[in-house]
Design a protein. Structure first.
Ligand SMILES: Cc1ncc(COP(=O)(O)O)c(C=O)c1O
Length: 374
């Protein structure tokens, strides 16, 4: 089959039999009127804990709620200051504001595209925050994770790790989600472990923290009609849990195919103005996306050529948090070295999804190389 276009992402590549298994599972849940909670949710939480090595995991409605719940469980309250990276998805910033706290944006490194320990330390000294949200983007782990965890610990800063994009990602061979004090993920369908709708989870090794999370996602309930906290409804649905349980049976193959694509681009697109980024050896990536940087003045020309050849692409993310229209009303300050702003103008993501083929990657590389050879 000859390739004449590749989407940036497609969600329609499932394993043989996946659809039938899911639909038959839905029938069972329907017949048992098992819509919220129940065996599929219990099984998912157990599996997530086992797979990540976290002692506990709690499913919830989405990755944004997961951050809000983690912030609340960590004791973040009205007017507390919380550090967030200037390069992340808006949900990280939003979650802080939604719990009544005040975000301060802290720039990322131009080399690792994540927080670095020096800037993090500077931010802790400058803002004296109650908490900080370390974000692991692109299916990578922040390379300075261990140092940042230590700085947070030494300074009494609650560190919440937003791992919306990092299911399956490791640092020194261990799961980010499983080793963080408290971490969160998103099962938005386009994530590496996606549900068939919105869903998310929180992970921790601390029983008290996770019990608070479990209470918060369910109206602060201590028993059915007793409420010990002001929580909200952020329960995960049984159909989503079923879909995720079935997906977990195939997750290794899915991640493998993604990692292969990322590697293919890295190996086949060398020596070009489009610089493929890679992770240092102590970081294990999950293949969520391929990341490249290109001088901003060259990006539009290349993206026009990709469009012309029916190749989809992403710019994750095209604007720093501090530059968003909604930011100034809530931000209490920033450390801005211009890096997040530069990255937002220079980043380019090539197609990457589960079971993308080598022919598709080859087509993408050919289009990129042809463009630069003109
Ligand atoms: C870094 C990051 N944080 C938080 C979220 C929010 O997750 P959700 O869309 O499930 O609410 C996302 C999702 O795109 C994300 O990429």
């Amino acid at each position: 089959m000859s390739v004449n276009g590749v989407p940036f992402i497609t969600l329609n590549r499932f394993e043989d039999g996946f659809r039938e298994e899911f639909l038959s599972g839905v029938e069972t849940l329907f017949d048992n009127t098992q819509f919220i909670g129940g065996p599929q949710v219990n099984k998912l939480e157990e599996k997530l804990a086992a797979k990540t090595g976290a002692k506990y995991s709690v499913g919830c409605a989405n990755g944004t709620d997961a951050i809000q719940i983690a912030l609340r469980a960590s004791g973040v309250e009205k007017n507390d200051v919380v550090l967030v990276p200037d390069m992340t998805f808006w949900a990280t910033f939003e979650a802080v504001v939604n719990v009544g706290a005040n975000p301060a944006t802290v720039d990322v490194s131009r080399e690792t595209l994540h927080w670095d320990k020096e800037t993090f330390k500077e931010a802790v000294e400058k803002f004296k925050p109650k908490a900080a949200i370390l974000v692991h983007l692109y299916g990578w782990a922040c390379p300075d994770t261990m140092e940042i965890r230590q700085i947070a610990e030494e300074n009494g800063v609650m560190l919440i790790e937003d791992g919306a994009q990092c299911y399956g990602t490791t640092i020194n061979g261990e799961s980010i989600l499983g080793t963080a004090k408290i971490s969160t993920t998103s099962f938005y369908p386009a994530k590496v472990l996606g549900a068939s709708g919105d869903a998310g989870a929180i992970f921790s090794n601390d029983e008290t923290l996770i019990n608070t999370c479990r209470t918060l996602i369910n109206h602060g309930r201590t028993s059915h009609y007793s409420h010990g906290l002001i929580g909200w409804n952020s329960r995960i649905g049984a159909y989503e849990a079923l879909f995720l349980n079935l997906s977990l049976e195939h997750i290794d193959a899915r991640l493998d195919s993604r990692r292969k694509a990322v590697k293919y681009y890295q190996e086949n697109l060398q020596g070009l103005p489009l610089k493929m980024q890679s992770v240092p050896s102590h970081v294990g990536e999950n293949g969520y996306c391929s990341v490249a940087l290109i001088e901003p003045v060259l990006r539009d020309g290349l993206t026009a050529a990709l469009k012309e050849a029916n190749v989809g692409f992403g710019t994750i993310y095209p604007g720093a948090m501090s530059k968003q229209e909604g930011a100034p009303a809530h931000s209490v300050g920033s450390i801005d070295h211009g890096n997040a702003d530069y990255i937002s103008k220079a980043v380019l993501n090539l197609p990457c999804f589960a079971y993308i083929t080598e022919e598709e990657c080859e087509y993408v590389c050919q289009v990129v190389k042809n463009y630069f050879s003109k």
